[in-house]
Design a protein around this ligand. Structure first.
Ligand code: GDP
Length: 336
């Protein structure tokens, strides 16, 4: 059986569907943004240009933590709390496809079962595939598409083990790090750098026999946070214990996020941060475009092999080799 690709709609059809909050159209628009085909990407860009005035109204929240920390359970319970409060929630789950097994780290099990049936919620897993670089561009586009479709809260979920956290931090307003009590930092694979990104540390599974340990961990993490550099927005990261199973701490976390949002709106930081994020997005796109163009030049490829050989034999300093390659690139007829 051959796979029949769905026919592309027109830009107007996508835009109208999005603005009506049509989930099927939203999914198809995200697929265009994630596609490896240039025509699809171009269409996604056209759609984005049209929906820009309808974006930017959500609270953008990053959620990370190692597998097993309780992310999907937390998102399910927090998500229901948010939709029951009358908001629409979109969850974009960045699933790093395992390079070894080609399987997914987040698992094939049905995650967030109740939330996925909730008409006010939209859940979209996005495999990162081979490149982590793609995470930021595609997820940013998906986030904007969700905003145009009327979602008030966006969760961007990552497995807290890699570089994708930094990319996510650069596109959200608030960053939550989920931690387990009792497991050492190394055991959790949490790097100090990831902890520094967090606006709040959530100690999960604080129930039953685990509760005492969770409270001890809270005191310990609070202490650790004192040694971290101060946030430019003046926000002091919070440490909160939570049991998604018993719905404990859920309301407290939601209130904290709302308080953050309104404080940052008042100071103007929210707007300023988003503008800076957009400028960074432009730069990173520009870097990608330049790199691609550079890599595709056959004269560069040829010279690169030659110069790499010379570097290995210490016949040319790396800086001189780089400058030589750049000169060849600049002399490209279509660059003049
Ligand atoms: P993820 O891999 O980070 O998405 O973690 P899951 O949400 O799948 O949770 C991993 C395991 O921890 C599951 O067996 C959950 O039932 C359990 N779990 C999640 N949240 C809680 C909680 O609040 N309390 C307790 N006791 N167990 C929990």
């Amino acid at each position: 059986m051959t796979y029949q690709r769905k026919k592309r709609l027109t830009t107007t059809q996508y835009v109208d569907g999005l603005l009506k909050g049509d989930k099927a159209i939203l999914s198809r628009a995200i697929t265009l943004a994630e596609s490896k085909l240039d025509e699809d990407n171009q269409l996604a860009e056209d759609i984005l240009e049209n929906i820009m005035p309808y974006t930017g109204k959500s609270i953008r929240i990053g959620i990370t933590g190692v597998p097993g920390v309780g992310k999907s359970t937390f998102i399910e319970i927090m998500g229901k709390h948010i939709t029951e409060s009358g908001f629409k929630l979109a969850v974009l789950a960045i699933d790093p496809t395992s390079q070894l097994s080609k399987g997914s780290i987040m698992g094939d099990k049905t995650r967030m079962e109740e939330l996925s049936r909730d008409p006010r919620a939209y859940i979209r897993p996005s495999p990162t595939g081979d490149s982590l670089g793609g995470v930021s561009t595609k997820t940013r586009e998906s986030m904007l598409l969700c905003e145009a479709a009327g979602y008030d809260v966006i969760f961007i979920e990552t497995v807290g083990v890699g570089q994708s956290e930094t990319a996510v931090k650069e596109m959200v307003d608030f960053f939550l790090l989920l931690l387990l009590a009792g497991a050492g930092d190394e055991l959790q694979g949490i790097k100090k750098g990831i902890m520094e990104l967090a606006d709040a540390l959530i100690i999960t599974k604080a129930d039953g026999s685990n509760k005492k340990e969770a409270l001890l961990a809270k005191a310990m993490f609070k202490n650790t946070l004192h040694y971290f550099p101060q946030n430019p927005n003046g926000w002091l990261p919070k440490v909160i214990t939570c049991s998604a199973l018993f719905h404990d701490g859920i309301e407290e976390i939601w209130q904290m996020i709302m308080a953050f949002q309104s404080a940052m709106q008042k100071t103007g930081y929210l707007k300023e941060n988003r503008s800076n994020q957009d400028i960074d997005w432009m730069w990173s796109t520009l870097r990608e475009l330049l790199q691609k163009d550079f890599n595709q030049d056959p004269r560069i490829t040829e010279e690169l092999v030659k110069l790499s050989g010379q570097i290995k034999k210490h016949k040319i300093p790396p800086i001189a080799a780089a400058k030589k390659l750049f000169e060849i690139y600049q002399s490209k007829p279509n660059n003049q």
